[in-house]
Design a binder for this molecule. Structure first.
Ligand code: F3S
Length: 424
């Protein structure tokens, strides 16, 4: 890999041991990927620096040593210096307000809290969400980023035209310290053109529709770049969030085009550029129904123990919609309703009275985490319901529960009645 003089000086240790270890990792990583060079980035979103699992494994070990081993793959502990790039922490394992509801021990709470102050001391912004683009980190078209979290990557590549691959804990940590990331994959123009044409013959309107379409597309194109043709309605942020998250769950979609809506293609031809579609898919009523049944395949029992809203983390508009459904009503005593959002949005939800409406209904507004990442559910949960194709893809597999997928209204009603009554 070709290095600039500045990158070479990092690798030679002239900018400190932490930067040297980070550059060593990036060079090894880039060479495996076949990258010819690195690219500058000043927008890095990575995991909670060492999270619950690493802290527990390491006990009360020196945090720099934990960071060196788990985030930089460095055989020798190095002193971690402040991050060079603008750096942001993604979703983590704990809600700082409701950690006891999650069933976390005091020891786990303290470990996570101290990892957060370590991150803050090193200049990592504690956004604590899988949707940084909702709360102030909105990269612009062409901006080179290094982001983890597949649902966020597909959003910023496709909707905003920023450039990132789905990075990992280690590569984002190294990018934070150096302001560099390998120049490959979706950083390159040539990889951003469409690969599959999807003819959408069925109206796609609600968030549920967008989740279904995303799940269908992801499963068939896997790591391709789908181009959707036939979308009649301009989708909003919530719908695109559901679409991308679903496509990145059933497949590995990191970029798509909706000509006329997403920023890099005004027409289908422009979306494919010099490429020809490798395959044309048709999404009609039959495909929609099959996808719905596939997403509900784990569900059998109609008694719902938990309803989860906010995957990816909910917008203020979604919180308002839930509030309108629950206002003046109560969550069924045998069920629970948990809504997940970024901590910054929770603060606004408090100010607007939404959080109080949820509390009055017996629901919880949680932030910083989610059941799939934190791996927690109310004790004894057997059946969950969610309006997120991504969450119903992962949670039954991770937590061994049954999962219903439906509209937000169906999900909230199932929390209020304790019973699933959704249908397509
Ligand atoms: Fe976010 Fe958790 Fe869903 S990380 S995208 S709420 S699985």
């Amino acid at each position: 890999m070709r290095l600039t003089d500045d990158e070479r000086s990092m690798l030679d240790g002239e900018q400190g041991e932490a930067v040297q270890a980070a550059m060593d990792l990036l060079v090894r990583y880039g060479e495996v990927l076949g990258a010819e060079r690195l690219v500058d980035t000043d927008n890095v979103c990575g995991a909670n620096i060492f999270g619950q699992r690493q802290m527990m494994l390491c006990g009360a070990a020196d945090p720099d040593a934990v960071f060196s081993e788990f985030s930089l793959d460095s055989p020798k502990p190095v002193e971690i210096t402040p991050m060079k790039a603008q750096s942001y922490q993604l979703i983590g394992p704990m809600d700082t307000q409701h950690w006891q509801v999650q069933g976390l021990s005091q020891e786990a709470h303290d470990a996570i809290e101290s990892s957060e102050s370590y991150s803050a001391r090193h200049g990592i912004h504690l956004m604590n969400t899988c949707t940084p683009y909702q709360v102030g980190n909105v990269p612009v078209k062409g901006e080179h980023c290094a982001w983890m979290e597949s649902s966020a990557v597909v959003y910023v590549n496709s909707v905003l035209g920023a450039r990132t691959n789905v990075e990992g804990r280690e590569s984002t940590a190294a990018a934070m310290l150096t302001g560099k990331i390998p120049y490959w994959g979706y950083h390159l123009d040539s990889n951003r053109f469409g690969s599959h044409l999807v003819e959408v013959a069925e109206p796609v309107s609600s968030s549920l529709d967008w989740g279904l379409l995303g799940y269908y597309v992801g499963e068939l194109v896997q790591e391709g770049v789908p181009v959707l043709d036939g979308i009649a309605e301009v989708p909003n942020l919530v719908k695109l969030k559901h679409f991308g998250a679903a496509a990145a769950s059933s497949g590995g979609v990191e970029m798509y085009h909706i000509p006329g809506t997403t920023v890099e293609a005004r027409t289908v031809d422009e979306a494919f550029g010099p490429r020809r579609p490798v395959q044309t898919l048709r999404y009609g009523a039959r495909e929609r129904r099959q996808t719905y049944e596939q997403l509900n395949h784990t569900a059998r029992d109609s008694d719902v123990d938990l309803v989860m809203i906010g995957c990816p983390h909910a917008t203020l508009s979604q919180i308002r919609d839930v509030c309108r459904l629950v206002q003046g009503r109560k969550v069924h005593p045998d069920s629970a309703l948990w809504v997940f959002t970024p901590r910054a949005i929770r603060q606004v939800a408090e100010q607007n009275g939404y959080a109080q409406i949820l509390r009055d209904a017996g629901a919880l507004l949680m932030s910083d985490t989610c059941p799939a990442i934190g791996q927690f559910l109310p004790k004894g949960t057997r059946v969950i319901a969610t309006d997120s194709a991504k969450q119903v893809h992962y949670l039954p597999a991770i937590m061994k529960v049954q999962g219903w997928f439906g509209t937000t209204e169906e999900c909230v009603n199932s929390a209020l009645t304790g019973t699933w009554q959704g249908s397509l």
